[in-house]
Design a protein around this ligand. Structure first.
Ligand SMILES: Nc1ncnc2c1ncn2[C@@H]1O[C@H](COP(=O)(O)OP(=O)(O)O)[C@@H](O)[C@H]1O
Ligand SMILES: [Mg+2]
Length: 233
């Protein structure tokens, strides 16, 4: 089976000189949910931002067989749905419906078809009733769902979610597990929440100082790197 994403030797340095990625090799296969674990600052977000061309480092990236170049970038952006850590960065339109139609409209989809895709995505994420609301009035969990709806409306093959449990309460986290489990796309998810990672992950990679130090099951990686939750007290 060919991987959906294949990354080899990816290096990236921020303009201030920070060497954030020091040669990352990675593959995502169909049906997988790969969890990116690792300390703050280990390079997870920087890595994720390369997968739909928001950052451009040295090395090779192929997505669905397409090379990451100017010609393929629009298609790669459609196929790889990126859900940012901060939902407020993603939701900027006056209403939920406008936010969710934004992506398809931006791709040149006809308005009526964009509305149809948006309605379907809001249905999938359980947010249909909020279509006319202002995103900033929603709860953290609802904002997360709308942000996910916004990428689903582009019919992606791959979902990338950067710390999606950020600011969710426990019921919101459980709802997110149910939602992600129900979505058929292959996924890459960064998180520090091992219970969440175990619930959705099919395997994990551990980032350390800009490289992938190990790969394995979520449980193996978590215990090997002392990444288990604090003991109950
Ligand atoms: N915009 C930026 N400019 C300079 N350095 C950055 C920037 N964003 C992140 N970094 C640095 O790059 C490294 C990797 O960061 P990041 O990818 O955000 O890690 P993680 O998501 O694992 O917490 C860190 O050293 C971080 O300080
Ligand atoms: Mg990060």
């Amino acid at each position: 089976m060919d991987p959906l994403i294949r990354v080899s030797g990816l290096r990236f340095r921020y303009p201030d000189g920070t060497e954030a990625l020091k040669g990352v090799d990675f593959e995502l296969f169909p049906g997988e949910t790969v969890i990116l674990l690792g300390a703050n600052g280990s390079g997870k977000t920087t890595f994720a931002l390369h997968l739909n061309g928001l950052l451009e480092g040295e090395g090779q990236i192929r997505v669905c067989g397409l090379p990451m170049d100017k010609i393929s970038l629009p298609e790669i952006r459609r196929r790889v749905g990126m859900v940012f850590q901060d939902a407020d960065e993603q939701l900027f339109m006056p209403t939920v419906m406008e936010d969710v139609t934004y992506g398809p409209l931006n791709l040149g989809v006809e308005p009526a078809e964009a509305m149809r895709l948006a309605r379907e995505a809001l249905e999938q994420t359980g947010m249909s009733a909020a279509h006319a609301k202002a995103p900033y009035h929603l709860s953290a969990g609802e904002k997360r769902r709308v942000a996910i709806a916004g990428v689903l409306a582009m019919r992606p093959d791959i979902l990338i979610l950067d710390e999606p449990t950020t600011s969710l309460d426990p019921p919101g986290q459980r709802d997110l597990v149910d939602l992600l489990t129900a979505l058929p796309q292959s996924k890459i998810v960064t998180t520090h929440d091992i219970a969440f990672a175990r619930a959705i992950g099919t395997r994990a990679v551990f980032f350390e100082k800009g490289s992938i130090a190990a790969l394995g099951t979520v449980g193996d990686i978590a215990s090997r790197f002392g990444w288990e939750p604090l003991p109950r007290g």
